[in-house]
Design a protein around this ligand. Sequence first.
Ligand SMILES: *[C@@H]1O[C@H](CO)[C@@H](O)[C@H](O)[C@H]1NC(C)=O
Length: 206
Amino acid sequence: MSFLKTWVWAVVIACLLHAPAAADPWTLSNDDGSFTVGGQVPGGVYSDLLAANVLSAGDLYYRYNDLNYRWVSKENWTYSSVLNVDADVLSHARVALVFEGLDTAAEVFINGRGIGKSTNMFARYVFDVKNNLKASSDNSIDIWFESPLEYSKRQYDIQSADYVVPPKCLPAAYQGECHANHIRKMQSAFSWDWGPAFPNSGVWSR
Ligand SMILES: *[C@@H]1O[C@H](CO)[C@@H](O)[C@H](O)[C@H]1NC(C)=O
């Protein structure tokens, strides 16, 4: 019984990721702040930038827009919002923030402090946040996503010091990106024979 009680976390703040009833509860920005647009959670940077007309050459699948829009995947992107937390939530023994799908290499900040990192798009991440939240309607949450191309290249550089895991790159005709096998991410995001490369970032599930 007491075991149960300890684990009755505040019916988890994942609900809070449904966020306030504002039109655009999340904003999306890159590291140097040259782009700040409304963001959707769940969603991804390509669809948010398309909706904001930052990607102004039209549909993602039109002609060579996979190449025209490739710069998106070379940026780091941050989804930001606020969490409304009342004192009841914080009275529980444990308060956890649950992510069902972070795509992919990310660090989560609550009120400016890092509370956890993810490197696997397919895994659920549970972060303890009781000590980072205040009973307030404006706890900031920022989810920083490193460029998947940069992350996977770094992992490749580290791992390949021992031996190379093929394929190092895809056939040139795919017009894709290398090192998909060094990131726990949907592999076709770096292109496949049947599809273009759109190495996305974002919260794909909640
Ligand atoms: C992305 O973040 C990494 C790690 O902090 C940094 O080295 C890199 O310069 C950033 N890239 C851009 C385009 O801001």
